[in-house]
Ligand binder design. Sequence first.
Ligand code: COA
Ligand code: NAD
Length: 689
Amino acid sequence: MSPVSSRMQQSTCIVTIDNPPVNVISAAVRQGLSDALDAAEAVGATRIVLIGAGKTFCAGADAKEFDLPPVPPHLPDVLARLERLPTIAAINGVALGGGLELALACRGRIAAPGAALGLPEVTLGVVPGAGGTQRLPRLTGVAEAAALISEGRRFKAAEGAALGVIDEVAEDPLAAAIALPDSVFAAMRPACARPDPAPDPDAIAAARAKAAKRARGQTAPLAALDLVAESATLPLNNGLARERAMFLELRKQPQARALRHLFFAERAAQARAKRFAAPPRELRSAVVVGGGTMGAGIAYALDGIGIAVTLVETGEEAAARARQNIAGLFDAAVARGKASAKQAAAGKARITVVTGYGDLPPADIAIEAVFEDLSVKREVFCALADALPDTAILATNTSYLDVNRIFEGIAAPERCLGLHFFSPAHLMKLLEVIRADTSSEATLASAFGLAARLRKVAVEAGVCDGFIGNRILTRYRQVCDVMLIEGALPWQVDAALTGFGMAMGPYAVQDLSGLDIAYANRQRKNLRETPDIRYIPIADRMVEELKRLGRKTGAGWYDYGDGAPEPGAGVADLVAACSHEAGIPRRAFTDEDIRERAITAMIDEGLRVLDEGIARRPADIDLVLVHGYGFPRWRGGPMHVADAIGLPALQDRIESYAAADPLSWSVPPLLTRLIADGRSLADLDQEET
Ligand code: COA
Ligand code: NAD
């Protein structure tokens, strides 16, 4: 049956797209639309109203088809016909990408107040492919279209009306479209019959500068801006042809493939939440233990979704600091215009900070965020288990520790798990949900439910030192340290990796989080005396000898003064001394050498994490690195990069590293097996889904 149906109401033809779940424009929908227009024309319909079945108008092109050759009828051709007919879009819900382009090709548009509109194609690494860059500027002017398209920003119907995209906002857009007086309808002009927009080179330049910052390294936003600029200088049909050619070219490119991969990885991660064998519990109240950097952020985030929070600190002084930390978050929201002073005051009053466990309410969940110390965390868990009902979920925010050991001896251990938030906890998108040996399906399902409410990307991880993200980070840093002792310098490594697209280089990140934190972690693992690891003393000596602890002391790998950070005084000497003492002749590294080795380290560790069952799917690893560690989204994550390199080429690369440095490198067994079976990491994702 066609996903497009039509029915006549007097001389009005109502055409409905019904392609659940979100009415994407598949080949069958394009054919159905084309047939419906034929039929409407044949019966002489005086008005053709387009609407989507269900809650969505149309979520756009089917991104799954982007990997395949285009199949006729092509959307631009369908829209060109639509534009010549007496059409009006009744936008009952989301209209994105091709969905909005469909509406832009109509003479008029009536939208429900809640409808979300936008041309988000650049977020998928492409430009709009069916008129968006040409028709939108004819409705809004070049400046607005340039900003909306290059940012892929979504907007509501009311804003659409102010911009000139929407003609009327109505609770029932279908009824409004049918009832629209003929005289009003006759006065509506499709984009092709409107005057060309005025050129606006300043607006294009401003959008270009913004895109270079917001979307550093990405090609689609800049290409989209070229097209929007051309809407003012080229006849519509020429502009449409150029846009289509660019769309078809970009969708094949690695950036678009990477962004599609993550789009579907994010949806698959959400779908995971629905596959637990038990339903999630509703969480209304929470206890947070520890009100430092993480605890305050977690408490603030929970409060923001309507969960009643009580925060436990050790004593009055610490409690006062915690209150201050929380107040700082509310004040920052006011400064950013996200909350009013009144709302902030109410928020500060809502979160109760207490000392001790005596008067805790019977909370649904407790999240511990105290010092990274096993014995302190175990004490906290015992106290929580005593103070709260046996049904309360108990979670730890540990970064590295063995969660099974934290939970040892706790009653009803099926309710325990790790919830690894990232800093700042209220802003960072990632949540690693750590499955302990005892965690029940209901506990995990509840954690995923909480993540969805917090609008976070939740990824399930098994227990190992550092789970998925910090374990890969540790390996990446080790390999960068090896490059330091062999001849690179920290700022060179950072520049090479930010050049790859990482949000920050590994040494700048360490300065931010504090060199003492990683130092304590290395001490815990006693790396100096672990025989099967290549121990590089540079970072330890930075702390022990130079006492450089990072930004908080104004001195780490870099010196921090009033201007931009400078290479740290004495750091290059220390690095050179370490090479000398280890008898390693220093050699030059190119940026490409650094990138290849550092990213290969991530991939190598990712393969091991996967093989050990710590991560369920390669795509989950990509989500962790992109959402938690500043890996460039447009590269798709390390596992996607591995497939792009090609697994045999990757194996050759690791073999060559292993030949030179067998302590740091060996070919991961999973890589060998995948090559033998002729499978890719993307194949593993498919098998898991
Ligand atoms: N192409 C292919 N599949 C799509 C899609 C698209 N453009 N948009 C959504 N889907 C699929 C999702 O993969 C998901 O599939 P699944 O059920 O097999 O996992 C399903 O539709 C529902 O999407 P989901 O995002 O889980 O639903 P939601 O209700 O939370 O959000 C949207 C709905 C439309 C707001 C959201 O899916 C969205 O933003 N889509 C992208 C729209 C877009 O970028 N269009 C431009 C394409 S060039
Ligand atoms: P922090 O030092 O800023 O805060 C710890 C807080 O815990 C302090 O306010 C302290 O007073 C309180 N505290 C200590 N012992 C306590 C006890 N017995 N009962 C109640 N409160 C107690 O530390 P943080 O950076 O917020 O880290 C907390 C946890 O989160 C650690 O396990 C850390 O590994 C983890 N974590 C940190 C980050 C990060 O980037 N900071 C990211 C993810 C996870």
